[in-house]
Design a protein around this ligand. Structure first.
Ligand code: 5GP
Length: 201
């Protein structure tokens, strides 16, 4: 899932994983300093820039990107462990990261969360009041470039209100899980019950 900064995607994903079975949110690594409201190991794994660069060199990231001058990445081993446990995983990553996931041929569904308008995004960023004027201007200019890439995604959710937006995200996940290609094991078990005694009449 990608969305410009301030679109409210973290709130949406937190609600989504609370209300959807077998769905987890990935915890990224970042070289950015923690904000006052953030906790290490909860919001992100906050690590020094040189440690992040050493992890890049060790190919520890499934994907990583430089966003606003800070480094962000998804751990390859954390991701593999969760998927091996049979759960689905939500990666909240930027456009560059989403491209890397696609380029690696990893099975994924790409969702772009849009704010209802640029003016509403700016109001939300200012309301959050965690960033300076200069940072807000930078985030808006990055957002302007990011929304231009929305056509690369499979689905779009406009985050007007939290609950309806979470409902639309859950509907996307349920539809993706119901794809015949992902239901093969269940399907063949059910088909077998019809043929238990004899072939079809
Ligand atoms: P923030 O600093 O506001 O938490 O996040 C800034 C941007 O970094 C957001 O667009 C967010 O999606 C992106 N981001 C967070 N974690 C990752 C990650 O692991 N990989 C990539 N590629 N982007 C990330």
């Amino acid at each position: 899932m990608s969305a410009p900064s301030g679109t409210g995607k973290t709130t949406l994903v937190e609600r989504l994983v609370q209300t959807t079975p077998a769905l987890r949110m990935s915890r990224s690594y970042t070289s950015r300093a923690a904000r006052a409201s953030e906790r290490d190991g909860v919001d992100y794994h906050f690590i020094p820039r040189d440690e992040f660069q050493a992890r890049i060199a060790a190919l520890a990231f499934l994907e990583w990107a430089d966003v606003f001058g800070n480094l962000y990445g998804t751990s390859a081993t954390d991701t593999e462990a969760i998927l091996a446990g049979g759960e689905d995983l939500v990666l909240v990553i930027d456009v560059q990261g989403a491209r890397q996931v696609r380029a690696r041929g990893i099975e994924n569904t790409a969702i772009f969360v849009l704010p209802p308008s640029a003016a509403i995004l700016e109001r939300r960023l200012r309301g959050r009041s965690q960033d300076s004027d200069e940072q807000i201007r930078r985030r808006l200019s990055v957002a302007c470039r990011e929304v231009a890439d929305v056509a690369e995604y499979d689905y779009v959710v406009v985050n007007d209100e939290v609950e309806p937006s979470v409902g639309r995200l859950r509907a996307i996940i349920e539809a993706e899980r119901a794809r015949a290609s992902r239901m093969r094991d269940v399907t063949s078990d059910i088909v077998r019950t019809f043929r238990k005694e004899s072939p079809c009449p």
